[in-house]
Design a protein around this ligand. Structure first.
Ligand SMILES: O=P(O)(O)OC[C@H]1O[C@H](OP(=O)(O)OP(=O)(O)O)[C@H](O)[C@@H]1O
Ligand SMILES: Nc1ncnc2[nH]cnc12
Length: 183
């Protein structure tokens, strides 16, 4: 696996569709479905995120429901790591830890099975979009509450104008935030 090239970034960007005023007026929605439908782009994205997991010493990959699952599961397999889902509230059957948060267009609550993480784990959080950073921040809180360490957060796309990076700074506590594309 190798570091992401400029041509890979251009390919990924070219497969993301802007949808104005979705799901609410004023929101420019970044739709990744064209990227997922292109096997070359999807493979390039999987390889790039898996390379980041290996580079930053991750022992497990956490994916954030729902779009984060689509990326994180193949990344975990590609990197040879386990996959742990962070789900929206009420979906996990076992003993869960919960965290409420706000995002660009609403509020939500996420949960994790704490037993899926150990004190030895270094977790890479994978998602498609970092917007306000609320979802990623809540996931880092869950990971720490579960007793594991944070290897980093890796996303396909960072929406720079919403400044999620600043919001995540304290939660990352020095761990990297990697974005393949920044708009
Ligand atoms: O940085 P934030 O402001 O928290 O926003 C980013 C989050 O928003 C989207 O998920 P969404 O909650 O829309 O759910 P979905 O994956 O089920 O579409 C996206 O997939 C990220 O998880
Ligand atoms: N503008 C946006 N596009 C896609 N996913 C998002 N999640 C939060 N804001 C988003």
């Amino acid at each position: 696996m190798t570091s992401t090239t400029e041509s890979t970034r251009e390919l990924l960007l070219s497969r993301i569709r802007d949808v104005a005023d979705y799901p609410k007026p004023g929101v420019m929605f970044k739709d990744i479905t064209p990227l997922l439908a292109d096997p070359v782009a999807f493979t390039a994205l999987t390889d790039a995120l898996a390379e980041l997991c290996v580079r930053h010493g991750a022992t497990k990959v956490v994916g954030l429901e729902a779009r984060g699952f689509i990326l994180a599961a193949p990344v975990a397999v590609r990197a040879g790591l386990g996959f742990v889902p962070v789900r929206k509230a009420g979906k996990l059957p076992g003993a869960t830890l919960s965290q409420a948060y706000e995002l660009e267009y609403g509020t939500a609550e996420i949960e994790i099975h704490a037993e899926d993480l150990t004190a030895e784990d270094q977790i890479m959080v994978i998602d498609d979009v970092l917007a306000t950073g609320g979802t990623a921040e809540a996931s880092l809180q869950l990971i720490r509450r579960a007793g594991a360490r944070v290897a980093g957060v890796a996303v396909l796309m960072e929406l720079g104008f919403l400044d999620g990076r600043a919001r995540l700074e304290s939660g990352l506590a020095g761990a990297p935030l990697e974005a393949l594309i920044r708009v």
